[in-house]
Design a binder for this molecule. Structure first.
Ligand code: AMP
Ligand code: P6P
Length: 337
């Protein structure tokens, strides 16, 4: 007699988890819960679209470029519109910063709330058509003043974030979330359309065995980075590390959290400020990795302490296992002196 697959009557969904966390928060009105639940809805639809893209002609380009000068894919446009619409209709945000929009997105007064959301609706979209993993990344800030929305409100340092998360559209769709009390992972069960808690209080290993960097740029790195990567391959310096690089930040960071090691996108001679964007790539990932016990630096100071000067500011980033990040930081400091 085949065993009936167990169907729990008490599954911990993302919705239930976030509501339970709200109840632990003093004087919470429910706005953050409503905001996170709206993001969850956007992610569910993006996940469906990503998996149907090949069938519904959603592969390919939208025949335009974004503020970054990057070619925009059809799925980029859909994901961006979904995030904007779900966030606006949550009545909890006053302003948004999106990778796809040059200017801030203001929410009209009748729908406005106290949160500011910085997001990359679909990160790694150059990987869409070849079915490599892609993701969505978001960071949530509280509006600190009564002033009207303006770009300066989108320039809070990462250490002011209330919550951050990412969705990974990989072999399964997962959401990884922190609200400042550790990191939790939820997997989408397509059969019921719910995100299910599969890992609580995720912890990144103290040290890993994998380094992740685009080695095509080796000749454009600073000497410290060249030396660090060379050391990772040199048996005389210890057991050599493995190299992994998807070229999709969410996939590379998620692997780094799960297995340990280090993800790096340093400055290069072509990108003297780095490539990755501080507000909606580096900061959310730095908050999550730090909450999981890891480190995230720009090579000089913790990413979360950087005070942004523009909403699309780029930053170098070294994030991952504490000992791995400390090792590359020590080499950078040595070369600087
Ligand atoms: P609220 O008034 O519901 O937006 O909540 C006020 C503050 O309480 C938030 O900015 C968080 O710091 C905390 N909080 C509220 N809801 C949650 C939640 N679901 N998870 C974690 N923290 C929460
Ligand atoms: P490169 C994707 O375009 C992205 O913004 C990140 O997801 C990824 O980590 C990085 O750029 C890859 O950049 O220069 O290695 O192709």
């Amino acid at each position: 007699m085949s065993k009936i697959p167990s169907i729990s009557s008490d599954t911990m969904t993302l919705t239930r988890h976030v509501l339970a966390q709200q109840k632990l928060a003093k004087n919470a009105t429910g706005d953050l819960t409503q905001l996170l639940t709206s993001i969850q809805t956007a992610v569910k639809v993006v996940s469906f679209a990503v998996r149907k893209a090949g069938i519904t002609q959603l592969f390919g380009t939208a025949e335009k470029t974004n503020v970054q000068g990057e070619e925009v894919k059809k799925l980029d446009v859909l994901a961006n519109d979904l995030f904007i619409n779900m966030l606006k209709s949550s009545y909890t945000t006053c302003m948004m910063v999106s990778e796809e929009n040059e200017n801030i997105i203001e929410v009209e007064a009748e729908q406005s709330g106290k949160y500011i959301v910085c997001f990359d609706p679909l990160d790694g979209s150059s990987n869409i058509d070849c079915l490599a993993s892609i993701g969505s990344i978001f960071g949530i800030y509280r509006k600190e003043t009564d002033e009207a929305p303006s770009p300066s409100l989108g320039l809070q340092p990462g250490n002011k974030m209330v919550a951050a998360g990412y969705a990974l559209y990989g072999s399964a769709t997962v959401m990884v979330l922190t609200t400042g009390n550790g990191v939790d992972m939820f997997m989408l069960d397509p059969s019921i359309g719910e995100f299910i808690l599969i890992e609580s209080q995720m912890k990144i290993p103290l040290r890993g065995k994998i380094y992740s960097i685009n080695e095509a740029y080796e000749n454009k790195w600073e000497p410290a980075i060249k030396e660090y990567v060379k050391n990772k391959k040199d048996p005389s310096k210890g057991k050599p590390y493995g190299a992994r690089y998807v070229g999709s930040m969410v996939a590379d960071v998620h692997r780094t959290i799960k297995y340990g090691g280090i993800f790096m996108y340093p400055i290069t001679t072509d990108a003297p400020k780095g490539k990755l964007r501080l507000q909606y790539e580096c900061n959310p990932m730095a908050f999550i990795v730090t909450q999981a016990g890891g480190l995230a630096t720009n090579g000089k100071i913790p990413i979360l302490d950087v005070v942004p000067t523009s909403i699309h500011e780029r930053s170098p980033i070294f994030l991952g296992s504490k000992e791995d990040v400390e090792e590359v930081q020590a080499l950078i400091n040595q070369h600087a002196n």
